[in-house]
Design a protein around this ligand. Structure first.
Ligand code: SAM
Ligand code: SF4
Length: 385
């Protein structure tokens, strides 16, 4: 039986100072002045539209994530206005996590202070690397020094929850250089590190002009040694790319991986809502082009798609198996509305093949990918198609 999961809110800001050659996110180079005020107004309209769709208006928000693009192009006043207005309609949980992504090339201390005043309590800094040569090849608009300054400013204005985004497997990167990046990150003591392997995505500059990426054996060594460095410095891996100090897991991202609900507002934003009474899971997608998003009426901005019963298992596992902890039988049933018996045979075979393991956590059985399963997650998921 479907049950109502925790609810998050994702807010997308679709502009950047310059488009990075590897990035396929919905981000557009800001040519000229950004219509910040109009966009914030539209975001609020969009929120009201989604709020109506919620059905159950007693639900509370457990997290907000302001991502992009480069959300740090907008002022704290704008976010304060938006957050206050949203709060007039929907309750915030007592420990709500409110994150904003910041690019170290577009920040200052007044701005970080204004984010705290807006109620934002978690900052995610896009470091990508601490090596200036690699940063240049990645087309970043900042240096290693800018990133360290941004981290120090964030701490000095009072951010107690700080994430640093890093990428590895960069063009021409050696194992030593990737490990050096992690050591510098760890020395700067953020509470959370997201460590992504660079992927070459269609519709990017790197796709048209592929750089020389490290060989598979180097990528594998970077990943294995990197995990050791992070774990030995107090950052536990709880997801393929997410590492956190104790009790500092990102609750917004954990909600995605536990197949929770989220409202998505802003150009190109995605959402997912569970409607237990109708036995429905519904995804929403907003128009991607910022001008279209801003100028069309709400009903034309949003596209809705049901997640059909036959799609739910794979969609659930695609998320839940990313978590080191995996998932319980109970979670599977309440998030998908499907009986566990439907997947138990396949799970048994995968356990025999040492791709899935069962662990007892607080008296409950959790199914998670083994080390090998984790490496071949796509193959593993293919078993459920
Ligand atoms: C949506 S981006 C927004 C962050 C912010 N705009 C910035 O770049 O500073 C979130 C993160 O995804 C990661 N990312 C983006 N493109 C990637 C790719 N092709 N491969 C791996 N990670 C990527 C980067 O670490 C980036 O910080
Ligand atoms: S700054 Fe971030 S969102 Fe913008 S293009 Fe670069 S990686 Fe993408």
């Amino acid at each position: 039986m479907l049950e109502q999961p925790p609810l998050g809110l994702y807010i997308h800001i679709p502009w950047c100072i310059r488009k990075c050659p590897y990035c396929d996110f919905n981000s557009h180079q800001a040519n000229g002045a950004i219509q910040e005020r109009d966009y914030i107004t539209k975001l609020f309209d969009d929120f009201l539209y989604e709020y109506e769709r919620l059905g159950d208006q007693t639900r509370e928000l457990q997290s907000i994530f302001i991502g992009g693009g480069t959300p740090s192009l907008f002022s704290g006043e704008s976010y304060k206005f938006l957050i206050q207005n949203i709060r007039q309609h929907i309750s915030f949980s007592e420990n709500i996590e409110i994150t904003i992504e910041a690019n170290p090339g577009a920040v200052d201390s007044e701005q970080f202070r204004s984010y705290i005043e807006a109620g934002i309590n978690r900052l995610s800094i896009g470091a990508q690397s601490f090596n200036n040569k690699h940063l240049e090849k990645l087309g970043r608009i900042h240096s290693k020094e800018d990133t360290i300054t941004a981290i120090n400013i964030a701490k000095s204005v009072g951010f107690k929850n700080l994430n640093v985004d890093l990428m590895h497997g960069l063009p021409g990167q050696s194992v030593e250089s990737a490990i050096e990046d992690l050591k510098i990150a760890v020395d700067n003591a953020p509470t959370h590190i997201s460590w992504y392997q660079l992927t070459i995505e269609p519709n990017t500059y790197f796709y048209s002009y592929p750089p020389n990426l490290p060989e598979d054996i180097i990528l594998h060594t970077i990943y294995e040694r990197g995990i050791e460095v992070l774990e030995s410095n107090g950052y536990s891996q709880y997801e393929v790319s997410a590492f956190a100090q104790k009790s500092k897991n990102s609750s917004h991202n954990c909600n995605y991986w536990n197949f929770g609900d989220y409202i998505g507002i802003g150009a190109g934003a995605h959402g997912k809502l569970t409607m237990p009474i109708d036995n429905k899971l519904v995804r929403s997608k907003k128009l991607k082009q910022p001008n279209n998003y801003m100028n069309k009426v709400q009903s034309e901005v949003t596209q809705l798609n049901e997640i059909l019963i036959e799609e739910r298992t794979v969609e659930f596992l695609m998320n839940a198996l990313r978590l080191r902890r995996g998932f319980s039988r109970h979670l599977f049933e309440k998030r998908t509305g499907i009986e566990f018996g439907e997947i138990s045979k396949k799970l048994t075979t995968l356990i025999e093949n040492e791709l899935i393991q069962i662990k007892n956590i607080n008296g409950e059985s959790f199914y998670s990918a083994t080390r090998t399963g984790y490496r071949f997650l796509d193959t593993l998921l293919g078993e459920f198609l």
